[in-house]
Ligand binder design. Structure first.
Ligand code: UT7
Length: 344
């Protein structure tokens, strides 16, 4: 019997604190007009005092588990995608696993920046399809605000905080990932970096006074990479799945910049309404951006079993990722699980 990995739960969490473009006008030399025109962002959410990457991840994960009608104790694995974990050690996934009460699950972190959720989704799917595990939680969460230099207008207008999660589970019903494309180009990694705080450049008074613990970015070069890689990755994922863009119900892209998203949409020859957008309200939440968008898309759009979703992202590393996912008959799979012992 064939095994597939179905997404049966999803959820997200966005902190309550809103930072508008007008707020930013009071902080750096910028304008609402510039930010909207260059990025499409109107406001972003920032973690409140006491909130962390794992506290947001736990809420998103609980929502995903609730939607899947699954107990945390039944999870086999927790994968956490983040560039901004609570600590270098222990891993964010271990903290999330403990707080959820997922006592039977292994846990590991994965860091490919903004493509992290898609790398984790593909990894989770592989664990399930290979028969290693039956139930995997993928959670992506970021607290970029704590790594942002609030005096650097090149970066501080772009980022936001939040978390998104999905539950994947084994099923014999045909669904799940039809294709995946994962790419990396390490030679241009320096274009988007946090230079200090790792083993190459440990935190010191000098790194702190130079602001090397903050995100730095050569925005325009990253922008050109983004347009190129999003187009290529999306087209390649479609080709690998044996589909064209017309077979796609919705594109769920990484929400970094409306101009990058629109360029990708036009390259795919799709109308604007086939691409989900929330960058205006959240800014770029890095790894959390795609699962937050997926979770909101599932609330606002009628996504039916058999619909094809196209995910595409780019990010630090530099990396890119894309995947086509055939939406499952979620309620049927949950119902089957609740009816009797697991039998695939
Ligand atoms: O998930 C991956 C994370 N990275 C990204 O998503 C970033 C991708 N890159 C971008 O989104 C765009 O490159 C930006 C939005 C960052 C910048 O847009 P751009 O069209 O590439 O502008 P630019 O970098 O070429 O800069 C244009 C001008 C510059 O002034 P001069 O040199 O032309 O006088 C900047 O200094 O805009 C200036 N500028 C700003 N002005 C007002 C840069 N940031 C700001 C700002 N407000 N916040």
């Amino acid at each position: 019997m064939s095994r597939y990995a179905a997404v049966t739960g999803w959820g997200h969490y966005s902190p309550s604190r809103v930072l508008t473009n007008h707020d930013l006008e009071q902080m750096v030399e910028t304008s609402d007009e510039w930010i909207r025109a260059r990025t499409g962002i109107a406001e972003r959410r920032l973690a409140t005092e006491g909130e962390t990457t794992t506290s947001m991840a736990v809420v998103a994960a609980q929502r995903a588990l609730e939607r899947a009608r699954m107990d945390a104790i039944d999870l086999d694995l927790v994968i956490c995608a983040s560039t901004t974990p609570d600590y270098l050690l222990p891993a964010a996934s271990c903290i999330v696993q403990e707080r959820l009460g997922a006592g039977n699950a292994g846990a590991f972190d994965l860091n490919t920046a903004c493509t992290g959720f898609l790398y984790a989704l593909v990894t989770a799917s592989q664990f399930i399809r290979a028969g290693t595990y039956d139930r995997v939680l993928v959670v992506a969460a970021e607290t970029l605000s704590r790594f942002t230099n609030w005096k650097d207008r090149n970066t501080c207008v772009l980022f936001g905080d939040g978390a998104g999660a999905v539950v994947l589970e084994a099923t014999d019903r045909d669904c799940g990932l039809l294709s995946a494309v994962l790419g990396s180009q390490g030679d241009v990694g320096h274009l988007l970096a946090i230079e200090a705080g790792g083993s190459a450049n440990p935190t010191s008074e000098e790194t702190l006074s130079n602001g090397h613990h903050y995100i730095t970015m050569r925005g325009n070069e990253v922008f050109r990479f983004a347009v190129r890689s999003m187009e290529h990755a999306a087209s390649e994922a479609l080709a690998k799945a044996g589909l064209t863009s017309h077979d796609i119900r919705m594109v769920i892209p990484h929400q970094a910049n409306i101009r990058i998203i629109r360029a990708t949409q036009e390259a795919l020859g799709l109308p604007p309404e086939k691409v989900f957008i929330n960058v205006d309200r959240y800014g770029n939440t890095s790894a959390a951006s795609v699962p937050i968008a997926l979770s909101e898309c599932l609330s606002s759009e009628a996504i039916r079993p058999g619909d094809n979703l196209l995910f595409v992202a780019f990010g630090g590393g530099l990396t890119w990722a894309s995947a086509v996912l055939r939406w499952a008959d979620v309620d049927a799979i949950i119902g089957q699980r609740e009816e009797g012992p697991y039998a695939i």
